[in-house]
Design a protein around this ligand. Structure first.
Ligand SMILES: Cc1cc2nc3c(=O)[nH]c(=O)nc-3n(C[C@H](O)[C@H](O)[C@H](O)COP(=O)(O)OP(=O)(O)OC[C@H]3O[C@@H](n4cnc5c(N)ncnc54)[C@H](O)[C@@H]3O)c2cc1C
Length: 448
């Protein structure tokens, strides 16, 4: 009789996820029971792996979800063996569990739904292909794009250029304009037939509508508005999103059903680099459905972008104002600075609630997620609900008269001072610099 070796579950080691540290002030360091974390000059943790005992205390203490546990190759092998032993024990005890495991194992591959309007893809779909590529590589599977529409084959080639290995194409006139039922039938048909383990969609109006309907019909779980996606040691999708009003980051799993479905807002994931001419396989699928089968008719498509409406989500430079601005008219001062930078004006929720700025300018959990090159936060305290919408900006400049304001924890540069003096001074300095480079003399018209 062979003896079963008792394996000890490895705890793994901690590592920093690049670019996620918000330099909160060394909460991870103070939580470490073995003194295994030193802080760099930039305020980022440097983990001494020889000391790390994988206790997870720093991971839990980190407000920016910037730390994660990783396992060595040997650890992963032990985990897989342990999972196998556990599976065997559970399977023997529970035939239903065995059937469930077989069902889960039948699903393979990562899919991204390519949202399109009049043949033009939503940017979030390409962002999701970037993340999907990473997940597919970890799982060792293919990344597929799902393209639905009328005369939309070009989107398959665009999807290949952003990393998709193949594309499921349903090109029929009935899919020309989005309507829930034909799209629902189409996507469920594809899922039934090809069985993906992960389906990602943009958290747009269309994505939110479709993802909920599909998850309900195929009887699986859906996590909306994810801010982080990763794979665990058992091939499950770890779906992270703010919960309880943004006060905690929850990681949600759907380990008993397939596919695992998640929606992600635009600008949350970085845009992947495009590789022109990259090739992939197109799988043509059609559904026996005609216009007569669809009760909802599209009479006219009206683009909802009103004249003068600003897209802060796509802006490269954002000057945002909060309650510290004190009044609506003071936003003109931010507009002047934004104009000098070629950017737009954003706002905190307090400023929007006060009626100083329209809702489409709100940055944060219940507003827009932005990822500009420069984000200038003026008179914004830095509540977590605001930070989740802007902390992935390339560079954050915070202006606040309270040196303890949490916004300084995510700022690359912090200016402690009165914004009514600092903002006009920056604008004036920019004008002078521009004038100096063009040889034009600047006069202060108001002072003259
Ligand atoms: C479920 C939920 C969702 C939310 N979603 C969002 C969201 O999407 N976006 C969002 O922004 N908030 C959101 N909030 C609200 C959030 O919790 C904060 O209340 C809000 O962000 C605070 O806005 P503020 O920083 O402008 O105001 P305050 O917190 O009042 O901060 C004003 C800041 O201005 C500074 N200040 C004042 N005068 C000056 C001056 N002259 N010069 C320099 N600095 C000055 C002060 O020191 C202070 O730090 C949400 C809240 C909840 C519960």
């Amino acid at each position: 009789m062979s003896e079963v070796k008792k394996l000890k579950k490895p705890r793994g080691k901690v590592r920093l996820i690049e670019g996620k540290c918000i330099a909160c002030g060394a909460r991870c360091q103070s939580s470490c029971p073995v003194d295994g974390i030193q802080m760099s000059e930039a305020g980022e943790p440097q983990i001494e792996l020889s000391k790390c005992i994988g206790c997870l205390k720093c991971v839990k203490a980190c407000p920016g979800s910037a730390l994660e546990i990783f396992y060595s190759k040997e650890d992963l092998e032990i985990l897989a063996q342990l999972a196998g032993q556990q599976d065997l024990a559970e399977d023997e005890a529970d035939p239903e569990e065995l059937a469930r495991r077989e069902l889960v194992a039948a699903y393979r591959g990562v899919w991204v739904f390519i949202e399109q309007t009049e043949g033009e893809a939503a940017r979030v779909s390409w962002e999701l292909l970037g993340k999907g590529k990473e997940l597919a590589a970890k799982l060792g599977v293919e990344l597929s794009a799902v393209v639905l529409g009328d005369k939309v084959e070009h989107l398959c080639y665009e999807a290949f250029s952003y990393g998709a290995d193949q594309a499921y194409l349903m090109d029929q006139t009935v899919f020309a304009n989005y309507r829930t039922y034909p799209y629902l039938d189409a996507l469920c048909h594809l899922i039934d037939k090809f069985k993906p383990e992960i389906v990602l969609m943009g958290a747009t109006g269309m994505g939110r509508d479709l993802a909920g309907a599909v998850a309900t019909r195929v009887k699986t779980g859906l996590t909306a508005d994810c801010t982080g996606l990763d794979i665990d040691a058992k091939r499950n999708l770890m779906q992270t999103r703010p919960a309880f009003g943004g006060n905690i980051m929850a990681t949600i799993m759907c380990d008993r059903f397939r596919p695992q479905m998640a929606t992600v807002r635009s600008h949350v994931m970085p845009m992947p680099a495009q590789e022109a001419g990259r090739k992939g396989k197109i799988i043509h699928v059609s559904l026996p459905i005609s216009e007569a089968d669809v009760f909802t008719k599209v009479l006219e498509v009206i683009r909802d972008k009103k004249a003068g409406e600003v897209d802060i989500a796509g802006a490269e430079f954002i000057v945002s104002g909060g309650r510290g601005l004190m009044a609506k008219e003071n936003f003109a001062m931010l507009q002047e600075l934004a104009d000098e930078l070629g950017g737009v004006v954003g706002a905190s929720r307090s400023a929007v609630d006060a009626g100083w700025m329209p809702p489409d300018r709100q940055v944060g959990q219940t507003g827009k997620t932005v990822r500009p090159k420069i984000y200038i936060a003026c008179g914004i305290s830095g509540a977590i609900q605001h930070l989740v919408g802007m902390q992935d900006s390339d560079l954050v400049i915070a202006i606040n008269r309270d040196k303890e304001a949490p916004i300084f924890e995510v700022a690359s540069y912090g200016i402690v001072g009165d914004l009514f003096q600092v903002v006009p001074a920056i604008t004036a300095a920019l004008r002078e610099m521009k004038a100096a480079s063009s040889g034009i003399e600047v006069k202060d018209v108001k002072a003259a």
